[in-house]
Design a binder for this molecule. Structure first.
Ligand code: AMP
Ligand code: GLY
Length: 420
């Protein structure tokens, strides 16, 4: 088959790497891709949020199957356009992608089926939101309703912080995404993510992971898109995963079917776990980044078979073949991230790192120019390894980090600490 992967981050490099290992893949194109994807597949310049352009590209290049990495094209309906043109596509419809694109929509779906999640209220007016904050007090969580590139959530520990967040969001900081605001009860506990393939009816778990959102060692400093991840997440035990499936995932997916918008694709289930009970923090309608990198490291080539079965409505016949293994990814970022950072600094030594089914450096933001590898973003490399134990995966990942010569980059040195 001819396969197209949409996206340009470490998540998409990991998807491309897994897909390439499956003999069903004859030709792989990544759009727009990055220097890492360019080394294993073809890359094509394409506006991935433009449904017409994506459909035309697929027709020209005889693409049989499209894997959509990020949320923006999903929310923009690129999957719908592909399916309408008869092209198989992994990823939900725009209607179902509202599970990520609107926090109020997800809360309403949860409320309809009594799925455990934080109590909430939904506001279109700043005065009413401020009154609610004053009534409930801190800690409290203020969220822009729409997509805000991971920046639309403020966990306010004081009332003043909460009121300021309300003002910022209604003040237009997040544009249309902040025109509506969801205010939630603060949940305590440990966060972990659960990944489930859904083909409308059938829900098939494909792994658990834990991310590290803060930029600094010991979970200090500002929030980021994720500084490292590992899989499995021991806090998400089989019993808790089962409870999440039965109490949260299956009922909400059944509600989506009932509303005429069945979900197809991978569901990223962000959970807060306390006293052995999971509650939903958020749904995302795509793989996590960098969580995808550790999942792909563990799944390998079967990931393509699973995504094809998900797309064709055959998940009921599938099972995941798990090795009893662990994977870890360490994010190398440009110094200064998540604030201002220098672009196009040179990275050496990546080609000295081993590349096999236990070791892989996925590229998150790189370009190649004049034969040199240059950083092209905040999160730049995802140094990923697999091992029999998490400690072994960690050792292998940091051994590779030490082989990379990038004076303008940095990473956390404690990825995995909660589980080790
Ligand atoms: P979200 O984009 O909804 O996942 O929120 C981003 C982060 O904010 C989550 O990963 C949590 O760490 C935190 N968060 C969101 N909602 C809550 C909540 N109700 N209680 C505590 N923390 C939360
Ligand atoms: N790593 C968090 C996310 O992908 O949303």
């Amino acid at each position: 088959m001819n396969i197209l992967v949409l996206g340009s981050g470490g998540r998409e490099h990991a998807l491309a790497w897994a897909i390439m290992q499956n003999p069903k893949c004859d030709r792989l194109i990544c759009a727009p891709g990055n220097a890492g994807m360019d080394a294993i597949a073809e890359c094509a310049a394409l506006d991935i949020n433009d449904g017409s352009a994506v459909v035309a590209f697929c027709e020209e290049t005889a693409i049989d199957f499209v894997v959509i990495g990020p949320e923006a094209p999903l929310a923009a309906g690129v999957g719908d356009r592909l399916r309408a043109a008869g092209i198989a596509c992994f990823g939900p419809s725009a209607a179902a992608a509202r599970l990520e694109a609107s926090k109020a929509f997800t809360k309403e779906i949860c409320a309809a089926v009594n799925a455990p999640t934080a109590g909430y209220a939904h506001f279109t007016d700043a005065d009413a939101a401020r009154a609610y904050v004053r009534e409930h007090g801190a800690p409290i969580v203020i969220k822009a309703d729409g997509l805000a590139a991971g920046k639309g959530v403020v966990v306010a520990m004081t009332g003043a912080e909460a009121l300021e967040a309300v003002d910022t969001m209604f003040g237009g900081e997040f544009g249309a995404a902040g025109a509506e605001v969801v205010i939630e009860e603060f949940m305590e506990g440990e966060e972990a993510s659960f990944f489930v393939l859904v083909d409308g009816e059938t829900c098939l778990p494909i792994g658990t992971a834990q991310d590290h959102k803060r930029v600094g060692d010991g979970d200090t400093g500002p929030n980021t898109g994720g500084m490292g991840a590992y899989s499995p997440a021991p806090v998400l035990s089989d019993a808790i995963a089962q409870a999440a499936l039965e109490q949260i995932v299956r009922p909400t997916m059944a509600e989506m079917v009932r509303r005429g918008m069945p979900y197809q694709g991978v569901l990223y289930v962000g959970l807060m776990i306390k006293d052995g009970q999971p509650r939903l923090v958020e749904y995302n309608v795509r793989f996590g980044d960098p969580e995808c990198q550790v999942l792909m490291m563990r799944l390998g080539g079967q990931a393509l078979d699973l995504m094809l079965a998900c797309t064709d409505g055959r998940l009921e016949q599938m099972q995941v073949n798990w090795a009893d293994d662990h994977a870890m990814t360490v994010v190398m970022a440009a110094k200064g991230y998540p604030g201002n950072y220098a672009k196009h600094t040179e990275i050496k030594g990546v080609d000295t790192c081993p590349e096999d089914s236990f070791h892989m450096v996925f590229h998150a933001g790189t370009v190649r120019a004049d034969g040199k590898l240059l950083a092209n973003g905040g999160r730049v490399l995802n140094v990923t390894a697999r091992g029999a134990t998490l400690a072994q995966a960690q050792q292998r990942a940091y051994d590779m980090v030490d082989m990379i010569d990038w004076p303008d980059g940095f990473c956390r040195r404690d990825i995995g600490w909660r589980a080790l």
